[in-house]
Structures are given as structure tokens and as C-alpha cells.
Design a protein around this ligand. Structure first.
Ligand code: G3H
Length: 257
């Protein structure tokens, strides 16, 4: 019975990997919308996959969110046995939710793995004027440089409207997202069901161009509710992507639209 179940998951992994031309896909059993232990399993699966990819010196950029927090929770010092790692937040913070901000998660990941980290003390969204002032700060310049030279990225994927709500997005911006049929969000970019960017937050830090030149990109997201969002994002994801997801999301990812 268990082998059969396992075989089913393996088949889903292969199908997703082929359909979206990804580096690797891992599907854990269950639905992380319903049980918190499934989210922990996503974290565990990501941790063991990362371990296999870390050699030499690495700069690892990470985003925020509850799934990333689960990844941080599951990282162990073993990861740094054969490598020297520096964790950097991909971007600034999101609202007031300190616990799930990239900065906090980054510090936790470094702590769990006896590694170094940098903080990025800027708001998640800045004005044009603010941007110019920020990038002239030497400490911010240093972190920005590290972010754009990251060889590994670990990021979450969210449902567009859920993320807009979490960010206290204005009504007019929400209307724009609805009008442009945004379904997915990752590192401040909003995508429609074809994986096209329909909106982008004016954020300092990690950009889509950076993602395209990153050697290993770990995308971690699960739950039935995210199936469509993950499917949309994967149409745009680079071939270097290693997707860590769960069974419930995998079914949605494989659904024809
Ligand atoms: O960008 C997407 C978010 O990081 C996803 O957040 O893991 O809390 O659903 P979550």
C-alpha cells in the first residue's frame, strides 16, 4: 500500500519535472492547507535537497513567508559541513509580520546551520526618491551586491490576492491585480495564469533577472489552495528550479487549464 502511494508521488514528480522543464521536483504526501505537519515536511524535504547542492562557498538569498519559516526550522548544521554559506534576505520586510520576514528567516537559517548572514534594513516597498537615497548607503550597497551574486535562492510562492492582502495593498492596486488576472506571487512579482508578469512591486533587492542566472533555485510551496498559483509561476520559472511541493498542490499543478 505504501509503495503504491510512493509510486504515485514519484509519477507526479516526473510529470511536473517534464512538463515544466525543471531541474528536480519533490512531492511530499498530504495537504499543507489542512495540516501543519505537511508544511514541516516541505521544510524537511527542502533541507535535505539543499544539503546535496551545497559545496564550496555559497551565497544563499531567501524570501519570507510561513513556508520559508518552516524551511528555516528544518535546516541543520550538517548543511555547512562541506560548505561555507552566507545567507542574505532577498528583499526587505513585508508589513509588520516580523516573524515571517526574509530578514528574520535569514538570521534563523544562519543560526540553525552555523553560517553567516546579513540583514537588509529597508522597507519592502520604497519610493523612487527613497530608492536613490538607499542605494547610496554603503551598507545597503554591500547587501545588494551580495543578493545579485547569490548562486542559490530559496523562495516561496503565494496566491496573488492572498499576498496582496497580507501586504495591505491599496484598493486601486488590488483592482489592477484583478483586472490583469494575477494568480501567483513570488519575490514581489505578480504573474497571470500564463506565467507573465502583470505587476511588480518597486522593491530593492532580488529581481527576476537575478533569478535567471542563479545556479540552483529552490521554490517551496504546497497546499491545495496554491495549485493554480504554482502552475502559473512554473510556466515562467527557470530550468534551474527545484520545486518542493505537496500532493494536494501537485494535483492542481498537473491539472489542464
Ligand atoms: O511569496 C510568497 C510567499 O512567500 C508565500 O508565503 O509561505 O506564507 O504562503 P507563505
Amino acid at each position: 500500500e505504501m509503495m503504491k502511494e510512493l509510486a504515485g508521488l514519484n509519477e507526479m514528480e516526473m510529470k511536473i519535472q517534464k512538463r515544466f522543464q525543471l531541474q528536480q521536483v519533490v512531492v511530499v504526501p498530504g495537504n499543507s492547507d489542512e495540516s501543519s505537519w505537511v508544511k514541516k515536511e516541505l521544510g524537511r524535504a527542502c533541507s535535505s535537497s539543499i544539503k546535496k547542492h551545497l559545496v564550496g562557498k555559497n551565497i544563499i538569498a531567501v524570501t519570507g513567508g510561513t513556508t520559508m519559516a518552516a524551511v528555516a526550522e528544518m535546516l541543520t548544521p550538517e548543511i555547512s559541513q562541506k560548505s561555507e554559506n552566507l545567507f542574505v534576505p532577498a528583499r526587505g520586510g513585508i508589513g509588520n509580520d516580523v516573524e515571517n520576514q526574509a530578514n528574520t528567516i535569514c538570521a534563523k537559517m544562519a543560526d540553525q546551520t552555523n553560517s553567516q548572514h546579513r540583514v537588509f534594513h529597508i522597507p519592502d516597498q520604497v519610493s523612487q526618491q527613497g530608492y536613490k537615497a538607499f542605494i547610496n548607503e554603503p551598507s545597503i550597497r554591500e547587501v545588494l551586491q551580495l543578493i545579485s551574486s547569490a548562486n542559490i535562492v530559496i523562495h516561496g510562492i503565494g496566491e496573488a490576492m492572498a499576498m496582496a492582502k497580507r501586504r495591505n495593498t491599496s484598493q486601486s492596486e488590488c483592482d489592477k491585480l484583478i483586472q490583469n488576472k494575477a494568480v501567483a506571487e513570488a519575490f514581489g512579482y505578480y504573474f497571470n495564469e500564463n506565467g507573465e508578469v502583470v505587476h511588480k512591486l518597486s522593491t530593492i533587492g532580488f529581481q527576476l533577472e537575478d533569478l535567471m542566472k542563479t545556479k540552483d533555485v529552490f521554490a517551496v510551496a504546497g497546499g491545495f489552495s496554491k495549485g493554480k498559483a504554482i502552475q502559473a509561476y512554473l510556466k515562467r520559472a527557470p530550468n534551474s528550479t527545484i520545486l518542493i511541493t505537496d500532493e494536494a498542490a501537485a494535483k492542481g499543478i498537473l491539472k489542464e487549464i
